[in-house]
Write a protein that binds this ligand. Structure first.
Ligand code: FES
Length: 439
């Protein structure tokens, strides 16, 4: 029942029922109530700059085509031929004047209108011409709502859902740390990198939403230490311990960061990137744009999730969608963004460093994946699914709000944002109407 689903998460006490990561029935409800009603990240405007440019991707398990229109707008529609369900387009990306199904040749224009049906007159119109009973206008693929936020393309199937800006709630100043450093905006500098991790999508989304704890304690230490210059005395190395976390007032979004100490970012991205991000005219310009809303120049190694599956790391600048593939698997589709007016050598450095760190073969990506895979494997056990998991960090710690940053903040080592994410997840899962869900 809806009540039972809601009780799988107790955000007040900080308890998570592990079945939310492994239960097939819950997953089917997720597809309907979370993924078919939320704004989902599909890519960057730079992936489809010209009319007819398209990428094929997914909204959860549903295949979609994202295509630039002649008027500059973007259409997103189900990549499913209305005849017998074949994919309308099978390439990963390209430029098209139309899409022709490879099964029987039905053709759709780039707006998703069915425009040609082989042997239409002979096969569908058994009476005189014009008295067909078959109207191509009835057989276009399902269209999604589309909107963008500072270069990122989102889509939503649900006509009743709030508009994208309302949906993003009070999280936008924290997104802007990466997306709005310059009036030139961001540029995408890689294709879509893809990999599969056998874990539930929520482990990945939650970590990017809320979990700086793993970075400051264990998971990435070997990578960080091995990236330091050889003359550094490792016994003297201290990882940052000051910082904050933000929980959106609505929507399950969250972010966290260290304050002031750039040594961790230096170890991950190297001096060129850190100097670009923190010093010189580009950094000053960024601060003058962002500083009205928050002290972005103090934020280090930020992680962020826009619920449910849009995650990114400002400063490192990897952006990804966690496409769910059943309760036990996630497809990671990621790309890299940079300030569009950054020098070419900085863009190249971002590309190189991302390959080594937060990319499919990257050191830190492997650290994360290893944890999630092991947790998921354990959840095959009957007993492992019977004990609640602890998400209590920070729940009993009052007065940790940092008024320098907007919204509800807490200490960096907290699970406040995770509790926010799971609370919103439980509401989406158990409240079928936007009448109660809407912000
Ligand atoms: Fe597409 Fe038949 S399935 S034309």
């Amino acid at each position: 029942s809806n009540e039972e689903i809601k009780n799988l998460v107790d955000q007040e006490i900080g308890l998570i029922d592990p079945r939310i990561y492994s239960d097939q029935d819950l997953y089917e409800i997720e597809l309907e109530r979370v993924f078919a009603r939320s704004w989902l990240l599909l890519g960057h405007e730079g992936h489809i700059p010209k009319a007819g440019d398209y990428i094929t991707t997914y909204m959860a398990e549903d295949p979609v085509i994202v295509v630039r229109q002649k008027d500059g707008s973007i259409k997103v529609f189900l990549n499913q031929c209305r005849h017998r369900g074949m994919r309308i387009e099978r390439s990963d990306f390209g430029n098209a004047k139309s899409f022709t199904c490879t099964y029987h040749g039905w053709a759709y224009d780039t707006a998703g209108n069915l425009v040609n049906v082989p042997f239409e007159k002979e096969a569908f119109c058994d009476k005189k011409e014009g008295d067909c009973g078959f109207d191509k206008a009835d057989w276009g693929p399902l269209q999604a709502r589309v909107d963008t936020y500072k270069g990122l393309i989102f889509a939503n199937w649900d006509e009743e859902a709030p508009d994208l800006l309302t949906y993003l709630s009070d999280a936008t100043p924290y997104m802007d740390v990466m997306l709005d450093r310059t009036e030139a905006g961001t540029e995408v500098i890689s294709g879509m990198q893809k990999t599969v991790i056998p874990c539930n999508w929520k482990f990945a989304a939650e970590q990017f939403c809320s979990d700086m704890y793993h970075a400051g304690t264990m998971s990435h230490l070997a990578g960080v230490l091995s990236s330091l210059p050889p003359d550094v005395d490792l016994s003297q190395v201290k990882l940052p311990s000051t910082g904050n976390q933000f929980r959106a007032k609505w929507g399950g979004h969250g972010t966290g960061w260290f304050n002031d100490d750039f040594s961790l970012l230096q170890a991950i991205m190297g001096p060129k990137v850190v100097d670009y991000w923190t010093k010189g005219p580009a950094a000053e310009r960024a601060q003058s744009r962002l500083g009205q809303k928050l002290p972005a120049d103090r934020m280090v190694a930020q992680h962020m999730t826009i619920f449910p599956t849009c995650s990114f790391l400002p400063g490192i600048n990897t952006v990804r969608t966690w496409h769910p593939r059943g309760p036990h698997e996630v497809e990671v589709w990621s790309f890299i963004v940079v300030d569009a007016d950054a020098p070419e050598e900085i863009k190249e450095e971002y590309r190189r460093k991302n390959i080594f760190t937060f990319n499919q073969g990257g050191t830190y990506e492997q650290d994360d994946g290893e944890n999630w895979v092991e947790v998921q494997r354990g959840l095959r056990g009957h007993k492992a699914r019977s004990q609640p998991l602890c998400a209590q960090m920070g729940a009993g710690v009052p007065n940790k709000n940092n008024p320098e940053f907007p919204g509800k903040t807490s200490y960096v080592y907290s699970e406040e944002a995770a509790r926010g994410m799971y609370h919103h997840w439980a509401r989406m899962m158990s409240e079928p109407s936007w009448e109660t869900l809407r912000p």
